[in-house]
Design a protein around this ligand. Sequence first.
Ligand code: FNR
Length: 183
Amino acid sequence: MSKKIAVLVGSLRKDSYNLKVAKVFQKIAPPSLSLQIIQIGDLPLYNEDIDNNAPPASYSRFRQEIADCQGVIFVTPEYNRGLPAVIKNAIDVGSRPYGKSVWSKKPAAVVSVSQGAIGGFGANHQLRQSLVFLDMPTLQQPEAYIGNINAAFDESGNITSKSEEFLTVIINSYASWVEKLSQ
Ligand code: FNR
């Protein structure tokens, strides 16, 4: 049976390149993985007062969806050389209530996607810092800093074969990582 893997996309815009990459991953993932893009744009900014008194339905929905998955792939742009707030907020929501983090032990991968040349390196590593604390074993190689992403899709919106090849290497490496950790 395939393992359910959550995919969190750090951009909310409809024409997001990160979303396009996440959808390519869904298409090319090996049969051992079933990728589900989980909504994070509807999560109110984390506030412990709200959480303790009347947690929003979106918090409960999100936590349950992550709890039901056996791994997490983060696909994120870089904002101002750091992590977009929407991804950090999702991480914070999933980490609470205290002692009930949904992230612990789930194998992760971080893929940063940018139209720039540096490939979102800053966001990628800032995100990794939180994953260390959250006890998520994270794929280290191959590194996935995907720059110049606008050149990876043709006029019809299809991914070029060279870029698909690279994404295939990443998703297959992640599948092996998940397999290794579940032994
Ligand atoms: C950006 N962008 C950007 N790119 C980058 O490589 N490094 C950066 O630090 C930033 N900073 C930044 C800040 C803000 C507020 C925005 C809106 C954008 C550009 C960004 O990578 C580009 O817009 C991507 O296309 C965003 O990803 P999506 O929305 O296409 O998935």
